[in-house]
Design a protein around this ligand. Sequence first.
Ligand code: 13P
Length: 252
Amino acid sequence: MRDILVAGNWKMNGSSAANAELVAGIVGGVPAGDGFSLLVCPPFPYVAAVVEATAGSPVSVGAQNVSEHDKGAYTGEVSPGMLKDLGCEYVIVGHSERRSLYNETSGQVAAKFVAAQAAGLTPILCVGESLEEREAGTTEAVVDEQLDAVLDAAGIAAFGTAVIAYEPVWAIGTGMTATPEQAQDVHRHIRERLAGHDGTVAAKVQILYGGSMKGENAAGLLGQADIDGGLIGGASLKAADFLAIAQAAAND
Ligand code: 13P
C-alpha cells in the first residue's frame, strides 16, 4: 500500500511569528500512527527557519516553486541546489497559480521537474483543469497534456521519485471540493496513463488531491483507492485544521 502524504502549501502567507506558532502547533500535534507523512511548503524567505523549527520532527519541508536553471543571471529566481542546500526535500512545480498568473507552460514545468530531481529534490507535479475545461468535457485531455510534457522530458522512471497532485482549478480556494468520486475518476485516469508506460512505477506513485480539502471532507477523499494524500492551501494555515486532515490520514 502507498503511504499518505499530507502537504501544506502556505502560498504567499505567513510571517516569522505566525510561522513559528503554526509549526510549533503542527510538530506538537502530529497524530500517532504510521503510514502517513506530513510536509509544509512555506514561502522562500521562511524555508530555512521552518527547516530549523521542524528539525528532529516527522514534518518535512518543501518549496512552492523553483527555477529550471542551476545558477546564473536569473534575477529573482531560486535554484534547485539552493533549496536542497537549505534542507528542502520537496518542491511544488506547475501549481495552477503559476501556470495561470505567471504563464508557466507545461514545457517549463517539465524543465523545473527535471532540474528539481537533478538536485535531489522530490517534485510535486500539479495538474488539473479549469471549470470551463471540465464543462467542455476536456478534463482528461488537459491533464494528459500536463502529464505528457513531463513524461516526454523526464521519462516514466522519474515518476519513481516524484509526487503528483491533482488540483482541479475550480476547487482551489473556492470552498467547492471535488466529490470523492470526481477526484477518484481523475486519479485513476492519471495512474492508468502512467501504467501505460510502466505498471510498477504507476502503482507506487503518490497522487495527492488538492482543492478545498479540510478536516470535514478529508476522510472521504483519502478513502478513495487512488487518492494518496492532500495538497492543502487554506486549511494548512492553522495547526488545528491541518492536523484534522493529518488525523484523517492516520485513521485511513
Ligand atoms: P485550497 O486548499 O485553499 O483550496 O488550495 C489548494 C491548493 O491550491 C494547494 O496547492
